[in-house]
Structure formats: structure tokens, C-alpha cells
Design a protein around this ligand. Structure first.
Ligand code: F3S
Length: 275
């Protein structure tokens, strides 16, 4: 049986950077915590917990001697003010590419434009992005939601970094019918593009695709969507344990080729176990 791993799979540089910043902090300070889950992968979050790095979700959980590491997906801009004086220090592990979306959203808003963020409104990254928008902004996850946008002279558009490229392109086209002009900041990150393109290429050549990563990981969910457009049997699993599940085990029976890819927050050892 052919088992092949997609060319680009697993940790992106933003995730590696965040883990390194948290680990380095733990090596230097007694009390280290992350604001929200550092990345969307339970294996890694558990490893950090075992290493003594807690996850906190509110200011009331913090003490003055805590060194706080901000998650890779970024935080609402108000959080920086809220944290003032509550902790020993703050280490911002927000991915630089997410920071870029914040800056571009702010730039579009400062021009007086209503900003459309293409992404999942409930995702922490998108909640952080909209905190950099002005009074008028909209979050849409696909082109079907464009109907609710009012007509405006001009819209600014940004993307959640991990959104599906085809979905983003569809929304941009649909918004053209709602205004005279648009200014687009294509903020899909390079790691997302590479993973989606490599997954699509591999999915076209195999019977079954296994997508490994957190069920709450947006980029992993989008990898599965991309693969479903060309492969009939696509399974999103969090670890090798799920390979024993009835549906997946039946699908693997008699299969001659399996492709594997993984989200940007999935550690190599989890991918290796699945293989
Ligand atoms: Fe950054 Fe893209 Fe990874 S935004 S955290 S490099 S998926």
C-alpha cells in the first residue's frame, strides 16, 4: 500500500515561534501562563501544562509574578490595556502574519472604509482582527453571506490567515456587486497556501486522505474541505487512536493508497504515529 505524506504538513513557523517563546520563558521564570490556548492542538497544550505552563482565560486568574505569553492567533487589542499592571511581564507570541492582518485592518479603517473580514466570527483570530477595525465592519464566512452587506461606495477586505483561498476569492467577487470599488488585502498566510496546495495535489492521487489536527484548528478544518473537493474519502482525525474507529477502519480496508496531511499546529510525532 502506498502511504504518502503531503509535502507541506505540520508545524508552521508561527506555531514553532510561539512554542519556543513559551518554553524559553519557562526556562527563565517560575510562573508562566498562556492567554488562551497557545495553539489549537491539545497534545501541545497538554505538554505545556506538564512543563508547568498553565492556560488562563481571564485577568482574575493572573498574579503579579506571572509571565504571560499571548497566543499565536493573537488577542483583542483591549487585552493589552486590561493586562497593564496585572502581571510581571507580557510576551507577545502572536504570529507576525496575524499582526500584519491587524495592521492592514487598522489601515483600511483609518481611510474611513467599512472592513469585511472573511473568516469565522467565533474564531479567536477573527475576534482579535475586528478589534482593530473602526465602527463599521462585517465578518462573513462565505459568499452566501454577502447579501446582508449594505451598499457602500467602497469596501476594504481582509482574510483570516487560514481561510480557504477559493472561498476568499468568491467573497471578493461577490462584494464587487455591493460597492463601486474595493481595496483587498489578501492576508491568507503563506503556510496556509503551501499546505492547501500540497494537500490538494496529493488528495487527487489517493483513495483516502487523512487530515491530522485539532478539531478546533481552523487551518486543519480548511485542509479537510480542500481535500473533499477532489477526494471522496477524507477523514479529519486528531491522533492515531482514531484510526481504529469503525468508519475509518472500514474505509482503509482494501485501500491501495493513503495520503496524509496535517494542520499547522500538529506536531511531527502525531503525524508519525498516524503513518
Ligand atoms: Fe502564522 Fe500562518 Fe501559522 S498565520 S501561526 S504562519 S498558519
Amino acid at each position: 500500500m502506498r502511504i504518502e505524506i503531503a509535502e507541506h504538513a505540520g508545524f508552521c513557523f508561527g506555531v514553532e515561534r510561539a512554542i519556543k517563546l513559551a518554553s524559553d520563558a519557562r526556562n527563565s521564570y517560575d510562573k508562566v501562563a498562556t492567554w488562551g490556548k497557545l495553539i489549537h492542538n491539545e497534545h501541545v497544550v497538554n505538554e505545556l501544562r506538564v512543563a508547568g505552563i498553565a492556560t488562563v482565560d481571564s485577568v482574575s486568574e493572573l498574579t503579579k509574578d506571572t509571565v504571560l505569553v499571548l497566543r499565536a492567533h493573537g488577542v483583542d487589542r483591549q487585552v493589552f490595556a486590561e493586562l497593564e499592571g496585572t502581571v510581571r511581564s507580557v510576551i507577545d507570541a502572536t504570529c507576525p502574519l496575524v499582526k500584519k492582518v491587524h495592521a492592514q485592518t487598522e489601515h483600511l479603517s483609518r481611510q474611513g472604509l467599512p472592513v469585511v473580514v472573511v473568516g469565522d466570527a467565533s474564531h479567536p483570530e477573527v475576534r482579535g482582527i475586528v478589534s482593530y477595525a473602526g465602527a463599521e465592519y462585517f465578518v462573513v464566512s462565505d459568499k452566501e453571506q454577502i447579501d446582508r452587506l449594505p451598499y457602500r461606495d467602497k469596501y476594504g477586505i481582509v482574510a483570516q490567515t487560514t481561510i480557504n483561498e477559493a472561498v476568499f476569492a468568491g467573497v471578493v467577487e461577490a462584494i464587487r456587486g455591493k460597492c463601486a470599488s474595493i481595496e483587498v488585502a489578501d492576508t491568507i498566510c503563506s503556510a496556509t497556501r503551501l499546505r492547501q496546495d500540497a494537500a490538494l495535489k496529493l488528495a487527487k492521487t489517493v483513495d483516502v486522505m487523512l487530515i491530522v489536527g485539532g478539531k478546533n484548528s481552523a487551518n486543519t478544518v480548511h485542509l479537510a474541505e480542500v481535500c473533499r473537493s477532489v477526494c471522496k474519502r477524507v477523514f479529519h482525525i486528531e491522533s492515531a487512536d482514531e484510526c481504529d474507529g469503525a468508519l475509518l477502519a472500514e474505509s482503509l480496508c482494501g485501500t491501495t493508497s493513503i495520503g496524509i496531511t496535517a494542520g499547522a499546529s500538529t506536531p511531527d510525532y502525531v503525524i508519525d504515529c498516524v503513518r
